[in-house]
Ligand binder design. Sequence first.
Ligand code: ADP
Length: 464
Amino acid sequence: MRVRIFLAVFFIGVGSTLLVGYGVLGFYKNQSITSKISHMVGYTNQIANQMVLSGYLSTNNRQPEISAELSLAAELSNGRILVVDGNLSVILDTYRQQEGTTLISEDAVRCLRGESRAIKEKEMQRAKITIPLVNSDTKEVLGGILFIFSLEQEYSMASMLQQKLLLFVGVIAVIVVFVGLLFSENLAKPLKEIVHSINHITEGYMDEDVSIHGCYEITQISDSINGMLKQMRQLEETRQEFVSNVSHELKTPIASMKVLADSLLSQEEAPTELYREFLQDINNEIDRENEIITDLLSLVKLDKKNGEMHIAQVSINELLEIILKRLKPIAKARNIELVFETFRPVLAEVDEVKISLAISNLIENAIKYNLEDGWVKVSLNADYKYFYLTVADSGIGIPESAQSLIFDRFYRVDKARSRQTGGTGLGLSITKNVVLMHKGVIKVYSRENEGSTFTMRIPLSFIA
Ligand code: ADP
């Protein structure tokens, strides 16, 4: 990555300087050559007019001043001027070589046809101008001027500038190399640190926070990693706590069975009644173990998130009737009155098995943690968006300090009592999971020795 950043900086820095440099150079070269040629064309046209007006082409009128001026112009521009008459006879040659001879050249012939022209000869680094000498009244072509002049100065100026440009690019390249190295190092360093920290975490060092210094974005990445780490630690803690709770809960019935079996075995000739009594106790412990395992399995299934949801339109009223019918005998055994109050028929999109498990847990608890001759009131209501279920009881209530903990796995206010009533401490945890899977809310209001009220709010349409 460092190499790539460096190369990118280098190519962008040097490439753009070269591009801009050559662009400006090319423009300057063209501009200077074009302006020189057009200046020379203007000058030659002016001289041509002067020559026509003064009758320079006839031998008697040939003013020496014009000849001298042409010679000077040719000398100053490091060039050569030829003037021919209508018969292509050279009447002036600033080189004095061809005077008196006949000039047979394409340029001269074209000139006598009245064509004026200015061309640049790149290889020779010169320009050629041909201007016809025309009588403005009769439009007769009397002769012509051929002006060849050097563009060496313009070309050498451009090549000098090119050398300077290359030097400049060289300096820029050196600066860019330094800047590129510094930049790539600065950018890659925090990223390397991030990779290093992530590798460190992967190796199992989750207790240390990541601390990477850099620009705002890097600090943000560092904060995000720390946030993720915190969550991972919490998850790990919960997992460990859960595993130790599960082991403890599963070990308790086994320990009881072991004690019962040992005490039977230690007696040489125990009476049959004792055997029966102890076997009954062992049977109860097996039931309990079975109950814990069933609850744990329900919880594990729910933990597989929404993957296993079987959503269907369910009549909650009918569902409650079925649950209450099933629980009536348990309530009756303790002379607890079960009241069902419904305000309207409620149809909702829910997972019937799961929601029925959640509601059953609430009503079972209301019966379990109630007093003899008490009551449990279940009421159902709905608006356009949610249905509301309330399970109120006249039971023992929950101390305020425990109210936030009762939804935790294996939490029981009174372990001994809960054990007596067959509680595993997993019921409310299962209920809360089901409610959350339906994007609902569950709350508890309770006063010790007065009773508890659990309220549940579930959307009528399932939200995935
Ligand atoms: P358990 O299997 O022990 O009933 P739950 O998760 O269902 O486990 O409940 C957790 C604890 O919350 C119970 O052990 C009990 O102490 C308390 N609890 C739950 N429901 C009630 C209630 N209606 N009245 C009083 N206490 C309750």
